[in-house]
Design a binder for this molecule. Structure first.
Ligand code: AMP
Length: 380
């Protein structure tokens, strides 16, 4: 019996455990809080990721370790890696945790990125803004997610306010200034690489965010084939350079028909949740196959799929469940503003059928605005 250890016990760990059950896997999840939602399906070890005694217990009870949460301290991942196989590697995790290291790597690999500059001081912010131009975004290098730890600068008057908001973090997690990209669309490539170097990518996904949080994902993205191939080639180059093992997402902006890389998530990703019902093999199953050294499953799509995120509180499930291709995912989390509590995936063989289902669900749940971009993309 193989036990997979997962650091972080949120919905990603929960969906990994659900995907691993048919493979006969056992799980142990570690989280800092006792009500982590993966604990409803797998034994939960509550402890701080920096607590060596807790990490030692975790290591003693698992055969292989992976992550649901990319901000596990890199030193903890390294410490664990000396005791038990850890995938993705602590090195890959550390690269993906740091926006500056990550963007520098993208550039080295020839993957286009928005202009960016390291910011270490208030004077450094002035210099960075000269380099990247205005408007721009000041972001923390580490520990930011879902648009948190970011400040948008529209004009020179915003420099002081940006520094007031984030300057204190220059000496701790570091700061990076990035040119603001007036993108026409956001995409992601979710991909997986096995221990043997086998690589597979799911079809390009189009994503829409609200207040920095993913709202809807559509796959396949209504995008030119060449663009999808280019995005997948970038993901492959990245995975090979990092000797990456497991599933990951590469987030991209598209501006004037050209791709610019935003960031990499070194784990299964929200924009890949549609793969549970929409692809031959889900990102969760393939991540487990990868970390266990098993053959990867096909990533081919089953028709068209659109995922809608539920943020804050769960809506009424009935309009989704009433759809022939409607699938419901309630993460079992307490409602809280801004918190991802669940998602739905609608799937259909035909784009027009999916668009009609989305319109019905949007109207029934008063989510017309949330479904509108995907409906428009499917109808274009
Ligand atoms: P991130 O945490 O970097 O993924 O940012 C969250 C969201 O903020 C992205 O998905 C974009 O919608 C937006 N965003 C981040 N960086 C930029 C940028 N350089 N230009 C325009 N929008 C951005």
């Amino acid at each position: 019996m193989t036990t997979v250890g997962i650091l972080g016990g949120g919905q990603l760990a929960r969906m990994l455990a659900l995907a691993g059950a048919p493979l006969g896997l056992r799980f142990l999840v570690m989280d800092t809080v006792a009500d982590a939602c993966a604990g409803q399906f797998a034994p939960l070890l509550v402890g701080d990721y920096r607590d060596e005694a807790a990490l030692a217990e975790f290591a003693s009870r698992v055969d292989v370790a992976t992550f649901d949460f990319e901000n596990v301290p890199a030193e903890s991942a390294r410490w664990l890696g000396e005791r038990v196989p850890v995938f993705p590697s602590p090195h890959a995790l550390a690269m993906a945790q740091d926006r500056l290291a990550e963007k520098t790597l993208f550039r080295d690999l020839g993957i286009p990125v928005p202009e960016f500059a390291d910011v270490e001081s208030r004077a450094g912010l002035d210099a960075a803004v000269v380099r990247v131009g205005l408007p721009c975004i000041l972001k923390t290098r580490r520990l930011g997610y879902d648009g948190k730890g970011q400040f948008r600068l529209h004009g020179p008057a915003d420099l002081d306010r940006a520094w007031e908001a984030l300057g204190a973090q220059a000496g701790t997690v570091g700061l990076i200034a990035e040119a603001f990209v007036p993108f026409e669309r956001e995409y992601s490539v979710v991909a997986v690489r096995g221990r043997d170097g086998a690589f597979r990518a799911w079809p390009l996904t189009a994503n829409w965010h609200v207040d920095g949080v993913l709202s809807a994902s559509l796959a396949p993205a209504a995008a030119p084939e060449a663009l999808a191939r280019e995005a997948q080639a970038h993901a492959r180059a990245l995975a090979e350079r990092l000797d990456y093992v497991g599933a990951f997402a590469l987030e991209l902006f598209c501006r004037d028909g050209r791709l610019l890389a935003n960031e990499m998530a070194p784990r299964v990703h929200n924009s890949g949740h549609w793969t549970i019902e929409g692809a031959e093999t889900s990102q969760f199953e393939n991540h487990l196959r990868a970390v266990l050294g098993l053959p990867l499953g096909a990533t081919a799509m089953r028709g068209h799929a659109c995922m809608l995120n539920w943020v804050g509180a769960m809506p009424d499930p009935l309009p989704v469940l009433a759809e022939p291709g409607g699938h419901w995912h309630d993460y079992g989390k307490a409602p809280r503003e801004g918190r991802k509590v669940g998602h739905a995936t609608l799937r259909a063989d035909d784009a027009a059928v999916l668009a009609a289902a989305l319109e019905r669900v949007g109207a029934a749940l008063s989510r017309e605005a949330q479904v509108a971009p995907a409906v428009a993309a499917l109808s274009a």
